[in-house]
Design a protein. Structure first.
Length: 81
């Protein structure tokens, strides 16, 4: 019985994280990506995903081939490295 409760608790936590979404006052993702792209050093975006810790996880490649991974606050648009 105890193992079943542990499994249910773990599943509930995973499910909540899977459906987490940006807050209502978040900037549109397109605006955040456009701001990053405007830096002029973005060749292409590789991956963008919402993380349950409350940030957009964004990976992109620079024009020189370097890979960049950043977390961006959805409300302020500020980068957290």
């Amino acid at each position: 019985m105890r193992q079943m409760l542990i499994a249910l608790a773990a599943t509930a936590g995973f499910t909540a994280a899977a459906f987490a979404q940006p807050p209502r006052d978040a900037r549109p993702l397109s605006e955040i990506l456009a701001t990053i792209e405007a830096s002029g050093d973005v060749a292409y975006f590789d991956e963008v995903e919402w993380d349950s810790d409350g940030y957009w996880e964004i990976e992109y490649y620079r024009a020189d081939g370097g890979k960049v991974k950043i977390d961006v606050d959805p409300v302020s648009g500020e980068t957290r490295r």
